[in-house]
Structures are given as C-alpha cells and as structure tokens.
Write a protein that binds this ligand. Structure first.
Ligand code: MYR
Length: 286
C-alpha cells in the first residue's frame, strides 16, 4: 500500500542521511554563512568541517532559514508523486522563521494538504518527533492522527542544555528574558531550556559539573514517575564530554535507552562549540 502522507522536516533535526532514506523523510536544509559564502548544512558542509571552519574564522558565522521556493518546489514534487497530505515538522517557530515559511509555501501549492507541527524545540528531540511521524505514516495513519500523536508526545518531552559561552546565544538574539542577561548571567553557566518554544534560563548554576548533576537529577525525577524513557546526549564538537554523560546515564538508569547526537552547523552557530545538552522523552503510548 502506498503511503498517503509525506513527512518533511528541516536539517536541524540532524537525522543522519541513511535514516532519512530508510524512513522516506524529506529534509529541507537551513544555511550557515561565513562572510559571503553560504552553505546548506548537512549537504554542502559537514558538522566536523563547520566546527573546524568556525574555529579558524575571523568573523563568526550567521544562519538563515530556507528560501520559500525550496518548500514550494518540494510540496509540488510531493503532490506530483501522488501524496495527498504532508506533515511538515520544524524547529521552534520562536527561534527561526522556518516553520512559518513552510506554512506560507504550503498556501501557494495546490493539490496537496500540508499540516505543520511546531516542535517548540530543535535537534534530536525534533528528530524523535519526525521518526515517530514517519513510522505512523508508514503504518497508514493520516495527517490528523499523526499531529494528534505528536502533540501528545510533547507532554513528556524535556530538553536541557548548557553552553560554554552565552555570548553566542545573546549575539544571535535567541535568548529570551534579555534582562536576565545583563549583569552576571554571562559570567555563569546557566542551565537553559525551552518554555513555550523560547529559550530561557532554567536555573543559574555556577559550575558545569553542578549543572550536569542537576540535569541528571531532573531526568531521575521523571524516570521515577514510571514508564520507559529514551534519552539523547547532544554535543557541539565535544564527543568525550557527551560519551562521559551517556555513560553516567547508562550506569544510573540501566532501563533508559541512551544515544548520542550533535548540534550541527546552524545550531552550533548559536550555541558555540563545547555546548552539551540532554533531552528525553517517554516512549509513545506509555
Ligand atoms: C535561522 O537562522 O532561522 C536559524 C536559527 C536557529 C537558532 C538556534 C538557537 C539555539 C537552539 C538550541 C537548541 C537546543 C535543543 C536541545
């Protein structure tokens, strides 16, 4: 039976190409810009090349959302391929115009119904929604059912992260609660998280060690409520730190499935190298 619903996401879900192919996931890239050179992440530049380039660059990179035409062409192609519906799943609309651009493009294309899902987050937690959506589409679910299930999944999704240098987020204008930034927030290592799609400080912690211990404690509180959890350690060019954190979680919570993912070029531009995050989600249906 041919699938009725196509699943679209953007590059900031950082789903490796082989998995995208396996689950027939369409990906629209965001761009990272060094001076006058623009690169589509996950296509023209790898994450490794990006961090290397950023370290050597005189001027810090910038990012941009996909051009509307990219979404229009994709939705037109999906309509021609015979899909009746699309579920398009994106990084938080509070930190990028990508979601809104996808919806505007959808209005310009006839013959296919596009439903948007704003993950209110980004990176691997976004990827988790996308994979679940693809599995549901494969099993024959319609767009309405998929959106309903993703909305339900949001209830147990958590993501906390810390950056080495808060100036990157501040400079890119993606840190909400600007008044908090003034003064000494820039000198400490706050735990950050998303609140209704915006990035805000969760707690002010003086050292990275204490911040990581607190994040693990938050995971423990959720795991204690019962159910099976899936966690991802996310890192910005900091494999060793990510592996260490993943080991700690495996030892303390043997029933939690742990994976390692990465902050790719676009998100890495805003967080800076050395950032570490932990996200978790209860398995759907529990
Ligand atoms: C654009 O130019 O439209 C892209 C802007 C991306 C902003 C990214 C801000 C940091 C997001 C952190 C995600 C952490 C997920 C666990």
């Amino acid at each position: 039976m041919k699938r009725k619903v196509a699943i679209v996401t953007d590059s900031t879900a950082y789903i490796p190409e082989d998995i995208r192919k396996e689950y027939s996931i369409e990906m629209v890239p965001l761009n990272v810009i060094f001076g006058s050179d623009s690169f589509q992440e996950e296509i023209d530049i790898t994450t490794e090349e990006f961090y290397d380039k950023m370290m050597k660059a005189e001027e810090l990179p910038k990012t941009s959302q996909p051009a509307i035409g990219t979404f229009v062409s994709l939705f037109e192609r999906l309509a021609e391929e015979g899909f009746e519906e699309v579920v398009t799943i994106h990084l938080s609309s509070k930190i990028s115009g990508t979601y809104q651009t996808a919806l505007t493009a959808a209005d310009m294309v006839e013959g296919i119904k596009v439903s948007g899902f704003d993950t209110e987050v980004s990176c691997s937690p976004q990827g988790y929604y996308v994979l679940e959506a693809a599995k549901l589409a494969e099993a024959g679910a319609g767009a309405g059912e998929i959106i309903e299930k993703l909305t339900y999944m949001k209830k147990t999704a958590k993501a906390y992260f810390m950056v080495d240098d808060l100036n990157h987020l501040h400079r890119g204008g993606r840190l909400s609660g600007a008044q908090l930034v003034v003064g000494n927030l820039l000198k400490i290592k706050p735990i950050l998280h998303f609140e209704e799609g915006s990035i805000v400080p969760f707690e002010k912690v003086r050292t990275e060690k204490k911040a990581l211990a607190r994040i693990v404690e938050l995971l423990e509180q959720d795991v204690a409520k019962g159910g099976s959890y899936y966690a991802t350690v996310i890192h910005a060019n900091r494999r060793d730190g990510a592996e260490q954190l993943a080991e700690t979680i495996k030892e303390r919570f043997p029933d939690v499935q742990v994976e390692i993912s990465y902050f790719g070029p676009v998100i890495g531009t805003h967080l800076g190298a050395g950032s570490l995050g932990l996200s978790w989600q209860k398995y759907y249906g529990e």
